[in-house]
Design a protein. Structure first.
Lengths: 193, 438
């Protein structure tokens, strides 16, 4: 598991390694790793989820990661004894149906040598965490813990819920979403969605 | 690691000069009297490393001009096909220089030539030297696959070889090598064993052949794999030094991955330091330096972070030995079961000492090797590294060198004898050496 210090050390090493090999990458990160980097959470995480690679101002779905970057990630993993997937693009499918509006205005840009990270903002993390929790049918667990750590206001949760239904408009998803919102302190959410 | 680059390049050049010196190139450097030289991989390698030492380039070319009849152009062609592009480019230039000065050499080459003044100082090789086994075999059996197959088979009569492995190491096609093996088997020079669906070949008329081919070298290193490793170490060493120990470890992982297939061929995978951790980079550097010092035939040097064994040769010819590290003062050691520190210079003493040195070095990594029973590696190590210590003199041997030397030696035997080392329950700490203080 990666705590904030370990994750930042790995990113510094990766960024320095990119500089040494003449590489440069601009990535968009979300998830538990992103929460740690923005100090929005303290729960150790398994990985840093990268969803997009930014090239010349354009965002491209990061699936798969560019091969030279994946190679350097793998080298850092072996040298530091990290999970080989400590930085991965498994969550990049979130790009398929669009990210929350204004996402780019809320990112925090962090620089690690040859690596630029655009780390998702608080509201966007609420959106992703809410969607992930509902998608997995969770009423408790790591995504709920992360959500609570983000201290979302009811209006944040409603806005996030609206965004998440745009990704999955099914009735089953909606039912689970309403149930979870109630658990999170937003009763009768069906009237607001 | 630019300092490593020049350090590794210096060691590689020292090795190259020494090998060419053994062949008859004009140089005073000679550390390889006991190692069988393999000329074609040396030519390709020297063309590449010769870009960093133009005198080596021109003296090696000078030797080839004089002695091209001893070189297998078929093997050169095949090795060139397998070489990395930078080596091929350097070799093409080298070959064109040789062909310009000796048109009958007909070294395979492509591209333009350049004018290189040759010294004309090279001499014909002294075929009585043990290291020149390959050239003696070629003088007897011609420059084809036959001589190189026999050379490999003489590594040890106990080793069983599949034709494919002989072909790989000899640098000829499997078809060529299989034909040679069939012919040699028909004269009972070579024996065949069938294991599963594999034919395994071995030298049968060993004693008769050894009488014919003259003084045998102590070791026949896999020079092709050694030369395949070196450019990676030297090229990757040209980048800026790592700014942190962890970054150094990442670079070391990158180097290790690049050379892992060749290390496997050399039998060194079991002894190479492994990540993770910030200390891995430095440990890997130390390991490489000691390995290259060994390959260059240079004396070992005590290194920080490593255990060093000191062997003293008394005026009587007998031995004593001890160990030290940067963290501990030296302590005398005893052979197992002995109460006296002096080891007699008889038929057993140096061999038992050789075994104990390697045993101690392996114990440092938590690995125990089988007990002493006159293994071939103890014979060779004693002859090359212990009996060559002058009376009243001493020699230091680094722990990683000892492990690497043994691992590489055993790989040349096909790991058939002795058995592979096994993991011990726990590493014996340095302090637990049988010690007499000191």
């Amino acid at each position: 598991m990666l705590g904030r210090n370990r994750l930042e050390e790995a990113l510094h090493v990766l960024g320095a390694r990119l500089v040494a090999t003449g590489l440069e990458y601009d990535l968009v990160a979300i998830g538990g790793g992103g929460l740690l980097l923005r100090q929005l959470g303290i729960r150790p995480t398994q990985d840093l989820d990268v969803i997009a690679v930014v090239e010349a101002g354009k965002w491209h779905k990061a699936d798969p990661l560019p091969a030279p970057l994946a190679e350097q990630v793998s080298l850092v993993a072996e040298a530091m004894g990290l999970d080989p997937q400590w930085l991965n693009s498994a969550a990049a499918s979130v790009m398929d149906n669009g990210i929350p509006e204004g996402f780019n205005d809320r990112v925090e840009v962090q620089k690690y040598g040859g690596l630029t990270l655009r780390v998702a903002g608080r509201f966007d993390q609420i959106c992703f965490k809410l969607h992930a929790a509902v998608d997995r049918g969770e009423l408790r667990g790591k995504h709920i813990d992360d959500l609570r750590a983000l201290r979302p206001a009811p209006e944040d949760l409603i806005a996030a819920a609206r965004w998440s239904t745009s990704h999955d408009p099914s009735e089953g998803f909606r039912s689970q979403l309403i149930l979870l919102l109630a658990v999170l302190g937003v009763p009768h959410a069906e009237q607001q969605l | 690691m630019p300092s490593n680059s020049s350090k590794f390049a210096d060691l590689a050049l020292e090795m190259s000069w020494s090998l060419w010196g053994e062949l008859g190139v004009s140089t005073w450097i000679r550390h390889h009297q006991y190692e069988a030289i393999d000329i074609e991989p040396l030519i390709l390698w020297s063309a590449w490393i010769g870009q960093r030492d133009r005198r080596l380039f021109s003296e090696a070319a000078d030797w080839c001009v004089l002695n091209h009849k001893s070189v297998s152009t078929a093997r050169l062609r095949r090795l060139r096909q397998q070489a990395r592009p930078a080596v091929v480019a350097a070799y093409n230039l080298f070959a064109s220089v040789v062909n310009k000065h000796a048109p009958r050499a007909d070294f395979p080459s492509e591209g333009d030539s350049e004018t290189v003044q040759l010294s004309g100082k090279s001499s014909l090789p002294d075929l009585s030297r043990p290291a020149l086994l390959q050239l003696r075999l070629r003088a007897l059996f011609g420059n084809g696959a036959r001589a190189d197959v026999l050379r490999l088979l003489t590594i040890h009569p106990t080793r069983r070889w599949p034709a494919s492995e002989l072909a790989r190491q000899a640098g000829y096609s499997k078809v060529q090598v299989s034909e040679v093996l069939e012919q040699l088997a028909s004269t009972a020079t070579v024996g065949v064993e069938i294991s599963g669906n594999q034919h395994l070949y071995f030298l049968r008329r060993n004693e008769e052949l050894l009488k014919l081919i003259g003084p045998m070298p102590a070791i026949q290193p896999d020079f092709k794999s050694r030369f395949d490793v070196l450019p990676t170490l030297i090229e990757l060493g040209d980048v800026d030094p790592a700014s942190s120990p962890m970054l150094g470890s990442v670079e070391a992982v990158s180097v290790l991955r690049a050379i892992e297939p060749d290390l496997a061929d050399l039998g060194l995978l079991s002894v190479v330091p492994r990540p993770p951790g910030p200390e891995f980079g430095a440990a890997f550097d130390r390991w490489l330096e000691q390995l290259l010092r060994g390959w260059a035939g240079l004396e070992q040097q005590p290194m920080i972070g490593e255990f060093t064994y000191h062997v003293n040769r008394l005026e009587s010819g007998d031995y004593t030995f001890g160990a030290s590290s940067s963290l501990s003062i030296g302590s005398a050691l005893l052979l197992p079961g002995r109460s006296q520190p002096v080891i007699e210079d008889d038929s057993v003493g140096a061999l038992a000492l050789a075994h104990e040195l390697m045993n101690q070095a392996y114990l440092r990594t938590g690995v125990t090797i089988e007990p002493f029973r006159y293994q071939p590696d103890t014979f060779v190590f004693a002859n090359v590294y212990l009996r060559t210590i002058s009376r009243g003199g001493s020699r230091v041997l680094g722990e990683s060198f000892l492990r690497s030397w043994r691992a590489e030696f055993l790989a040349r035997f096909g790991n058939q004898f002795p058995q592979a080392p096994r993991k011990a329950p726990a590493a014996r700490p340095p302090e637990s050496h049988d010690s007499r203080g000191g």
